[in-house]
Write a protein that binds this ligand. Structure first.
Ligand code: DQA
Length: 144
């Protein structure tokens, strides 16, 4: 069975309350439920992990080999800063799909650079919760 690892990075646990004018009112619980519903319909297994800590995310990716067929990740602020998460993705042979709720290229300059993009299969940015839905679709196709 295809098994996909979903990783939410820092502050995404605050979705719904956090800058709703940028991220919308959707909560992480609602996103996870939607992803689980889609996965169930498509007969795909999902594991979902959220952390505000870079090292925990690095550890999770480091242990992912042979366990998952694809990685769906919103690295949040670590997108723009984390060589460690970039290297962890690069070190694993699992294809990664990078997603963002907001369009990072339409925001502050420091968000225009993603350290993750060059080691991801592709990036989806700017569609709110739908970024995750499109991303899950891409991750399933990469697993097949
Ligand atoms: C984000 C965009 C990042 O720049 C930001 O730091 C986040 C969320 C997004 O989903 O739009 O925390 O990854």
């Amino acid at each position: 069975m295809i098994k996909i690892l979903v990783i939410h990075g820092p502050n995404l646990n605050l979705l719904g309350k956090r800058e709703p004018e940028i991220y919308g009112k959707v909560t992480i619980g609602q996103i996870n439920k939607k992803l689980k519903d889609i996965a169930k319909k498509k007969k795909v297994a999902l594991e979902i992990f959220q952390s505000n800590h870079e090292g925990e995310i690095v550890d999770k990716i480091g242990k992912a080999k042979n366990k998952y067929s694809a990685l769906l990740i919103n690295p949040a602020a670590y997108t723009h800063t984390s060589v460690a998460i970039r290297d962890a993705i690069s070190a694993t042979d699992i294809p990664a799909v990078e997603v963002h709720l907001s369009n990072i290229y339409a925001r502050e300059d420091f968000r225009h650079n993603s350290l993750i993009a060059s080691v991801a299969k592709g990036q989806i940015s700017g569609f709110g919760m739908d970024s995750y839905i499109y991303g899950l679709d891409a991750a399933i196709n990469l697993s097949a």
